[in-house]
Design a protein around this ligand. Structure first.
Ligand code: ZN
Ligand code: ZN
Length: 472
């Protein structure tokens, strides 16, 4: 469907100044509100309430227009554009090559715009994707902070009911360009590029989705790495390619019940003692040794750890760990393929993310829910995972994510006790690729956490597991 067809049902004469949509292919909801309110006569404040934005000082116009809200339908009706198909292109997901779930709706995000397009009041929801770094037709970097004062752009009206004006006064909108010169916009070039890109993104989106830890707000870089368009579509040198670890290829899937241990992750209660596949045990022992070997060789054994982990107080930490590399994970109670390990150093949010990944995999690729309705959550997850071909890719990705999270946690824990430097932790962002019961690949990218704040940690609780694993 081309732009002309999408806006076919528009009125012959625009209902308001700024509501001319022909020159502006795939104009976003924000762009339309921006143009109409900035070109409006009489008072912009009257216009915003007429258009349905009643609480205009708190309304994030991007959020309010990217999903079917009441404000959005009122606004479309007032402009007599309700019968066009424009609004279908107002959500960033419509432009994303991966399914994003609620990612773009979790919280308001800064507005990203091209200064040359912004002179027209033009904005496309595509610009909100962190994977798009430059305006495709002006080749200018997209900005999400003010070039004059560096404040983040936001999509709210200011106290004079204007959109797109920074508090410092910077305002890329030009009313003459946006009205008299609107046909100078590179309409054909923009439309051709957008339709080419959109066909690519739609093809990919069908069988790909991205998973981001729930409280991770700095996922832009991970999204940009995993959802980058091919060079054909973004011929701009943007530095070295991001490191993406791909789990794919042939290889036998793990035996049934491999995910049994993982399946109780991400529930309401954070886990201190958690069941895991026994294959995690050697990985975490190796990780422990690597962390301790990165510390100065003469590092003492922190006295707080001596009793809790039954270590030798007079020996160095390295000597203790050499003899007992499992001293921090305290393995116990192997039942079937699951082994209970102490994971109190693992960031609670990343632990929850591991459970979330299972839910994502089973929701997209698992059997329909009704067959497993009578099972407990853990049993249902485990049984559903067993029916997905290619689940080994997820098993490998989970092992990698957990090992890395354990390393970050142990570094932080030992570093704090020994006054050693603590490397920054990172967030895992995972893309899954699959269709009809088969996971074809998992692609993992890590983004460094910007804030130096200590990660949320699981409190050390009693050492006994609250409940034993139930058998199916
Ligand atoms: Zn532009
Ligand atoms: Zn500013």
């Amino acid at each position: 469907m081309g732009w002309a067809e999408i806006i076919h049902a528009r009125p012959a004469l625009p209902a308001a100044l700024g509501a001319e949509v022909e020159p502006y292919p795939y104009l976003s909801g924000f762009g339309l509100v921006h143009r109409v309110t900035r070109l409006a006569t009489p008072l912009p404040s009257q216009v915003t309430s007429t258009l349905g934005f009643r609480n205009r000082q708190v309304t994030d116009v991007l959020l309010a227009t990217q999903r079917p809200t009441q404000a959005r339908s009122t606004f479309l009706r007032r402009l007599h554009l309700q019968d066009t198909n424009m609004a279908a292109y107002w959500s960033p997901e419509q432009w994303s090559p991966v399914q994003t779930g609620d990612l773009f709706e979790r919280r308001p995000r800064p507005l990203r715009q091209c200064p040359q397009c912004a002179a027209h009041g033009y904005h496309c929801a595509l610009f909100q994707l962190p994977s798009i770094t430059h305006c495709p037709w002006h080749r200018q970097p997209l900005e999400h902070t003010c070039p004059r004062c560096d404040a983040p752009y936001h999509a709210r009206f200011d106290d004079k009911a204007r959109l797109g004006v920074c508090t410092c006064g910077y305002d890329p909108f030009d009313p003459v360009v946006a009205s008299v010169h609107m046909w100078d916009f590179p309409t054909d070039k923009a439309q051709a590029w957008l339709e080419d890109y959109s066909a690519w993104a739609q093809r990919r989106r069908v069988c790909r989705w991205i998973c981001v830890p729930a409280n991770c707000t700095e996922w832009d870089q991970g999204f940009a790495a995993l959802a980058a368009p091919p060079t054909r579509l973004q011929r701009i040198d943007t530095g070295p390619p991001a490191a993406i670890e791909v789990f794919s290829g042939p290889g036998a899937d793990p035996a049934p019940r491999h995910f049994w241990g993982w399946s109780c992750w991400g529930g309401e209660r954070p886990l201190t003692l958690a069941p895991l596949p026994a294959t995690m045990y050697p990985l975490l022992c190796e990780a422990t040794k690597a962390v301790v070997e990165a510390l100065p060789p003469e590092s003492r054994t922190p006295f707080e750890l001596v009793d809790a982990n039954a270590l030798e107080a007079s020996a160095t930490l390295r000597e203790n760990v050499f003899l007992r590399p499992d001293c921090f994970i305290k393995p116990r109670d192997q039942s079937g393929s699951a082994m209970w390990l102490n994971l109190s150093t693992v960031d609670a949010h990343i632990a929850a993310f591991c459970g979330h990944l299972l839910d994502q995999a089973t929701a997209h690729l698992g059997p329909s829910g009704s067959a497993l309705a009578s099972y407990s959550l853990q049993a249902a997850r485990s049984a559903a995972m067993d029916q997905i071909r290619g689940r080994g890719h997820l098993a490998h990705a989970l092992a990698k994510i957990l090992t890395q999270a354990y390393i970050y946690g142990l570094h932080a824990d030992l570093g704090a006790k020994l006054d050693a430097s603590i490397p920054r932790a990172a967030w895992p962002i995972l893309e899954m690729v699959g269709d009809s019961g088969r996971l074809r690949a998992a692609r993992l990218n890590w983004i460094e956490q910007k804030s130096a704040a200590a990660p949320a940690r699981v409190e050390r609780r009693g050492e006994r597991p609250a409940s034993r694993p139930l058998l199916l």
